[in-house]
Design a protein around this ligand. Structure first.
Ligand SMILES: Nc1ncnc2c1ncn2[C@@H]1O[C@H](COP(=O)(O)OP(=O)(O)OP(=O)(O)O)[C@@H](O)[C@H]1O
Length: 642
C-alpha cells in the first residue's frame, strides 16, 4: 500500500517536472520560431486525438468523420469572431482592435464554449440514429457525415441563414479570424507565438485531465464494457445508445474546441482543411499511440506524419513544393484496425466441453433442494408466489421456430432448471427473458409487471441478472472492475460528477469497489486475484467472476446459462453449493440452464424440458428423469425400445 502510494507520488513528481519543462520551453526559443509553431499545432492535434480517443479508444466507436467536429468548431470561431458577417455589429468582451471592426466579435473563451456546445449538439444529432448501429456501420455513417460537412463547407456560401448571412464563405474561406485576446497573457500576434503555445498547452492539459478522470469512472467502465462486449454490457444494465452518445458528444466537444482554437491560430477557416484525410490523420494518432491509451494520443502525434496536416498559411508554399501530402500512416491504420465484432460475437471464452449428459447420468445424483411451489404453466392469473410468469412465448428466426408457444413460470425463491438437448431453444428463451430477443408472440411478467420485449438494461435494473453460456467477461478489465460494471445500474455518477470527482462520486466509487470485493469473495475468488485482468484468470475463476458480476446488481432472479460448463467435478460441486447458499442466504430465485445432469438433479426443485423449441415435460426431478419423452429427446427413439 505504502509502496503503491510512493510510486504514485514519484509519478506525480515526474509529471509536474515534465510539465514545468514543457511550460517554459518557448522561453528558450525565438518568439516566432518554427519550433514553437510546430509544438502549438501538435498540442492542438493532441487535443483532437484525446477527444477521438474517448470515441474510438474508450467506447470502441470507429469514427471516420471526426474532421466534421473540427470543421464545426472552426466555423463557430469564423462566425463569432471575424468580420465575416459585416452587417452585424456585435462586440462582446473583445479588445480595442476587434471592437473597431464591423461584424460579430465575441471573446475567444466564450466562442470556445459555444464551439463545444455546437459540436456536442451535432454529435448528438448524428449520433442518435447512428449509434444504434454497430461496428463497421458506424464507420460508414460517420465517414459520410464527415464528407457531408466538408461539402457543406465548400458550398455553404449558397446557403443563406438570413439576407447577408451565408453559412460559409465557400472555398474562399473566412479570413481573417480574430486573434485571441486574453488580458493576462502577452499579445497574441503572428510574430509572438508563445501565448498561442500556452493556450494550446492549457487546452491539451484540460482534455488530458478529463480523459483520466473519465477512464476510471462509472462512465469510463461502461464505455470500455461496450467496446469489449456490447451484449454483455447491455445485459449488465448499461444503456447502450445513451452511453455511446455521451462518448460521442464528449469527443465531439474536444474536436470542436480544437477546431475553434486552430481557426484563431491559423487566422482562417478554409473549407479545404476539412478533407477525409484529416480524420485519418487524427485516427492514426490514436491508433499508433494505442487505442484507449491516454498518453498514446501524444505519442501517436509524434509517429504520425506531421506533413499531412491541414494547410497552414506559413507552410503553404513549402507544401506546394513538396507536392500532395501522402497519407503515410494509412497502411499502419489499416493494419492496426480491429473493427468491433458485429452482433453477438463479442470476445468470448469458449467453454472447453459442451457435451450433454443424458438424464441417465443423473441417477447417481440426488435432490437436495426444497420444493416450494409447483410452478406449472397453465395459470390464468399471475400468482404473487411467481416471480416470473411467461405465457405462450415463442421466437421465430426466419423460417425456424426456436421457441414455440412455451408457458413457463418460476416460483419466488425457487431453483428451477431448463434443460433439453442442443438446439432445444434454452438460450433463446433466456435471451427473451433478458430482453436480448423480442418474443415473436407471448407475454412475460416479472414480479407482477410486464417486461415483454423490454430493453436489456431496463430488465436488468428491474432485477433479472444473468451469466452467459460462453463466458463474456470484459477481458481488459480486472475482476473487480468487471463486478463494478455489474453495479452500473445502481450507481448515479454522471459525466460532470465523474470529471469533477465530487465527494459523493468518490464515496460511491469506494462503496462499489468494496462491494465488488465482497461479491468476489462470496463466490470464492482468492483476494490476490481481485485486481488481475479477467482475461488472465483461470477458467473456473472466470465463471465465478461472471456470477459475482451478475450478483452485484442485487438481482431478484439470477439466470445461469450452463455455469458448470468446462468445470471439473469439484468445481461443479462448489457451484452447486453456491447456488444453495444464494437461495438460502440471499433469498435469490435461480433459473438454471445446464447439461450436467448431476448438477441439475442435485440442485433443482423443478425442471422444464424443451426439445425443438417445445416444452415436452416439466415436473419434479424424479418425474422428469422417468419421463419417456425426455429420455427419447436425449437418447433418440431407439432408446425406448432397447
Ligand atoms: N440469432 C439467431 N438467429 C437464427 N437462429 C438462431 C439464433 N439464435 C438461435 N438460433 C437457433 O435457434 C435454435 C435454438 O438455439 P438455442 O441456442 O436457443 O438452443 P439451446 O437449447 O440453448 O442449445 P445449446 O444447448 O446448444 O446451447 C437453434 O437451432 C439455433 O440455431
Amino acid at each position: 500500500m505504502t509502496s503503491a502510494m510512493g510510486n504514485r507520488n514519484v509519478k506525480i513528481a515526474i509529471f509536474l517536472a515534465g510539465l514545468f519543462v514543457v511550460a517554459i520551453l518557448p522561453l528558450f526559443f525565438n518568439e516566432s520560431s518554427g519550433f514553437i509553431d510546430d509544438c502549438t499545432l501538435a498540442l492542438a492535434y493532441i487535443c483532437m486525438a484525446l477527444g477521438l480517443n474517448i470515441i474510438v479508444g474508450f467506447a470502441g466507436l470507429l469514427d471516420l468523420g471526426y474532421v466534421a467536429f473540427f470543421a464545426i468548431g472552426a466555423y463557430t470561431m469564423g462566425w463569432f469572431a471575424s468580420g465575416f458577417y459585416a452587417d452585424a455589429d456585435i462586440h462582446l468582451f473583445v479588445g480595442e482592435f476587434a471592437s473597431s471592426i464591423p461584424g460579430i466579435h465575441v471573446n475567444f473563451l466564450i466562442v470556445l464554449v459555444i464551439a463545444a456546445a455546437l459540436t456536442t449538439l451535432a454529435g448528438i444529432i448524428i449520433g442518435l440514429p447512428t449509434l444504434r448501429l454497430r461496428g463497421d456501420y458506424i464507420a460508414i455513417v460517420t465517414l459520410a457525415f464527415g464528407e457531408i460537412i466538408h461539402r457543406i463547407a465548400i458550398n455553404g456560401d449558397e446557403v443563406k441563414i438570413a439576407e447577408g448571412f451565408p453559412l460559409t464563405n465557400g472555398r474562399q474561406g473566412i479570413t481573417p479570424v480574430d486573434k485571441i485576446d486574453l488580458p493576462f497573457l502577452e499579445p497574441f500576434t503572428s510574430l509572438n507565438l508563445r501565448p498561442w503555445y500556452w493556450v494550446a498547452l492549457a487546452l491539451a492539459l484540460f482534455v488530458l485531465f478529463v480523459n483520466f478522470r473519465l477512464r476510471d469512472s462509472r462512465l469510463g467502465r461502461a464505455w470500455i464494457a461496450l467496446r469489449e462486449d456490447e451484449v454483455a454490457a447491455i445485459s449488465m444494465g448499461i444503456p447502450a445508445v445513451k452511453t455511446k452518445l455521451l462518448a460521442y458528444g464528449t469527443g465531439a466537444a474536444f474536436g470542436g474546441m480544437s477546431g475553434a482554437f486552430l481557426a484563431s491560430y491559423l487566422n482562417t477557416v478554409n473549407a479545404d482543411q476539412f478533407a477525409f484525410s484529416f480524420s485519418i490523420f487524427v485516427l492514426a494518432m490514436v491508433i499508433l499511440g494505442g487505442l484507449g491509451s491516454i498518453w498514446g494520443g501524444g505519442r501517436g502525434r509524434g509517429r504520425a506524419d506531421v506533413h499531412q496536416l491541414p494547410p497552414h498559411p506559413r507552410r503553404a508554399q513549402r507544401r506546394a513544393e513538396q507536392g500532395r501530402a501522402r497519407i503515410r500512416p494509412l497502411r499502419a491504420v489499416v493494419r492496426h484496425l480491429r473493427l468491433p465484432a458485429r452482433d453477438h460475437d463479442g470476445p468470448q471464452t469458449r467453454r472447453p466441453d459442451t457435451g450433454a449428459a443424458p438424464p441417465d447420468g443423473a441417477r447417481t445424483g440426488h435432490r437436495r433442494g426444497r420444493h416450494r411451489a409447483r410452478p406449472g404453466g397453465a395459470m390464468t392469473d399471475s400468482s404473487p408466489d411467481l416471480i416470473l410468469d411467461a405465457r405462450d412465448v415463442s421466437k421465430v428466426f426466419g423460417g425456424l421456430t426456436a421457441v414455440g408457444g412455451v408457458d413457463f413460470a418460476i416460483p419466488r425463491g425457487g431453483i428451477v432448471s431448463l434443460i433439453g438437448p442442443n438446439g432445444a431453444g434454452k438460450t433463446t428463451f433466456f435471451n427473451m427473458l433478458t430482453g436480448l430477443y423480442k418474443p415473436t408472440t407471448g407475454a412475460i411478467l416479472f414480479d407482477g409487471a410486464p417486461i415483454t420485449g423490454g430493453r436489456p438494461d431496463k430488465i436488468m435494473a428491474r432485477g433479472i441478472a444473468r451469466t452467459f453460456q460462453n463466458i463474456r467477461l470484459f477481458g481488459t478489465m480486472s475482476a473487480r472492475e468487471n463486478v463494478m460494471v455489474g453495479e452500473h445500474a445502481r450507481m448515479r455518477a454522471g459525466l460532470f460528477g465523474s470529471v469533477l470527482r465530487t465527494p459523493r462520486v468518490r464515496r460511491e466509487e469506494r462503496h462499489v469497489s468494496d462491494k465488488a470485493a465482497e461479491e468476489l469473495a462470496y463466490v470464492g475468488l482468492a483476494a490476490n486475484t481481485f485486481d488481475q485482468l479477467a482475461i488472465n484468470l483461470a477458467y473456473g475463476d472466470q465463471r465465478r467472476v461472471e456470477i459475482a458480476r451478475a450478483l452485484a446488481s442485487d438481482p431478484k432472479l439470477l439466470l445461469l446459462d450452463e455455469p458448470t460448463a468446462g468445470m471439473n467435478p469439484q468445481e461443479s460441486d462448489e457451484l452447486t453449493a453456491l447456488m444453495h447458499r444464494l437461495r438460502d442466504e440471499r433469498g435469490l430465485t435461480i433459473l438454471l440452464i445446464e447439461h450436467d445432469m448431476k448438477v441439475v438433479m442435485g440442485v433443482s426443485e423443478y425442471i422444464t424440458v424443451l426439445d425443438h423449441g417445445e416444452k415436452i415435460a416439466e415436473g419434479l426431478p424424479d418425474e422428469v428423469r422417468a419421463d419417456n419423452r425426455v429420455i427419447e429427446a436425449y437418447l433418440g427413439k431407439g432408446a425406448m425400445h432397447e
